[in-house]
Write a protein that binds this ligand. Structure first.
Ligand code: ME8
Length: 497
């Protein structure tokens, strides 16, 4: 099986998860699920970023020891994985020994290759972004992101980032797929071309971090620490990590593209390792037209959403509504509209009307078909024929197009029911009714295979109704057996007002 590796950012544990974190994780889950169904050996990683000044401050504000604080908040991210039905294979925390030893090993590689030196840092630092800013980047006394900055002057280890400007440009010229979408790639290239300065990678005035090997007065800069999680979870530096590493896809929000596409590949090249295969930066969610913020208290809580609407509904909206890569707005009205239109009225209705009809009018048994008409054949071959296009939308990160395409077939299914009128055939031509109902079940069976990456729960229920146990893509072409007794179907999706 071909290896496949996909990662979410590791989230800061200064606060509980919101819709933005859920979004990145869901996008990765959809891709990971698809790749497993398509026969890949998948590793899907998520986790939490637990060191640095931001976390130290958040713990102090609560009057709690940082370790106790991160232990608790990290749990809420683990919980998010569970409630969103994520299939991550691992959950890494940067306070774990396996991570600390990996990051210290990487540090030593950077020292040995002559890429680290001791100097003095004097400049601006934004705790919220955990980022250093140049004088010319400061706008009205703040970071370009709007974060508060403070002046820092202290002894610090530096990474020779300036030496990696040309190698990075050369690498990106050869690997256009390494930063996506293209607009982000251009943004990163402009930044690199603007000139790279050496990067401060340790702090003396901070205790909450991974100690610098050989100098206990310093802890590592939180981004060098955090980025290394993608390797430590693979067991780096032990043998075997390369198998997945060569395939690495980092899914991130556009806020952290610079860390992933400038600093991280430079650290890796300096340690004689390959940069990640692809960094994809998606867009930004606002809520009812506003930026999410603590003061507005308008963050959408995934736990509440799933409690009210179920994981499938929340997953569907996020993975369908927004053109993947673009910014988007979460509005309650749009959310409810989508659930009603696409889930209850389209997919739910197709399954319910067909299976209920069979339950009530066809002895609750999947009927034996007669000869198929051209319409029947078209209906039954459509889902499997869509697989190459779906593969394409996953491989090119056009995630919203996936549901768009599958829902076209659901629409065809509903139109077929309207046109064939099985209720009329019951009296006039029962043999034809059996063929029509069988064709519909065969189409629904395949649709439920295709919807698994987005709607794991509903898809499993539909497959179970049709007596299907194995549901990977190899089953698309294995025709449904007639004769199975079905239970009384229950509605799959609620309607909301
Ligand atoms: O940056 N819309 O962690 P973080 C879309 N620890 N996505 C959003 C979002 C929004 N409004 N808000 C957050 C960190 N995200 C570092 C990462 S990785 C080695 C270290 C998502 O908790 C998006 O993926 O601030 C963004 O990049 C990430 O959460 C930031 O999470």
């Amino acid at each position: 099986m071909k290896p496949f590796y996909i990662t979410t950012p590791i989230y800061y544990v200064n606060d509980k998860p919101h819709i933005g974190h859920a979004y990145t994780s869901l996008a990765c889950d959809m891709i990971a699920r698809f790749k497993r169904l398509d026969g890949f050996d998948v590793k899907f990683l998520t986790g939490t970023d637990e060191h640095g000044q931001k976390i130290e401050k958040a713990a102090a504000a609560k009057g709690v020891d940082p370790q106790d604080f991160v232990d608790e908040v990290s749990q809420s991210f683990r919980q998010m994985s569970k409630i969103l039905d994520l299939t991550n294979d691992d959950f890494i925390r940067t306070t774990e020994p396996r991570h600390k030893s990996a990051v210290q090993h990487l540090w030593k590689q950077l020292v040995d290759s002559g890429n680290i030196y001791l100097g003095e840092y004097a400049g601006w630092y934004a705790v919220r972004d955990e980022a250093f800013y140049q004088e010319d980047e400061i706008v009205d006394g703040k970071a370009p992101t709007g974060a508060e900055v403070e002046w820092i002057k202290e002894s610090s280890y530096f990474f020779k980032l300036s030496a990696w400007q040309q190698p990075l440009l050369d690498y990106y010229a050869k690997h256009p797929e390494a930063i996506q979408p293209e607009s982000r790639r251009n943004e990163v290239l402009r930044f690199i071309e603007g000139g790279l300065k050496d990067l401060s990678i340790s702090r003396r005035t901070l205790k909450w971090g991974v100690p610098v090997p050989g100098d206990a007065d310093h802890v590592m800069y939180v981004w060098l620490d955090a980025l290394t999680n993608y390797l430590s979870a693979l067991g780096y530096p032990n043998d075997g990590y390369q198998k997945y590493w060569d395939q690495a896809i980092h899914m991130v929000g556009k806020d952290i593209i610079r860390f992933h596409s400038v600093y991280w590949p430079a650290f890796l090249m300096a340690a004689n390792m390959a940069p990640p295969k692809t960094v994809f930066a998606h867009g930004w969610w606002t809520v009812e037209g506003e930026k999410m913020s603590k003061s507005l208290g308008n963050a959408i809580d995934p736990v509440e959403m799933v409690d009210t609407y179920g994981a499938d509904a929340f997953r569907y909206f996020l993975l369908r509504d927004l053109s993947f890569g673009q910014d988007g707005d979460f509005s309650k009205t749009m959310f409810i509209n989508r659930l009603n239109t696409d889930l209850a009225n389209a997919y739910g209705n197709l399954c319910q009307r067909v299976l209920s009809f069979i339950y009530k009018n066809a002895d609750a048994t999947i009927p034996t078909p007669g000869e198929f008409s051209a319409e029947d054949k078209a209906l039954m071959t459509m889902p499997a024929a869509l697989l190459p296009a779906l593969r394409n939308s996953i491989d090119n990160f056009h995630l919203h197009r996936y549901a768009e395409a599958v829902w076209q077939i659901i629409g065809e299914g509903n139109r077929y029911v309207d046109a064939q009128k099985p209720w009329a055939l019951k009296k006039d031509d029962p043999a034809r009714m059996s063929t029509v109902l069988y064709s519909l079940c065969e189409c629904i069976r395949q649709i439920a295979i295709l919807t698994q990456p987005i709607l794991p729960d509903a898809s499993a229920k539909i497959s179970a109704m049709l007596g299907q146990e194995k549901n990977d893509f190899s089953m698309l072409g294995v025709a449904l057996k007639p004769g199975l007794k079905i239970d009384e179907p229950q509605p799959l999706f609620a309607k909301y007002s």
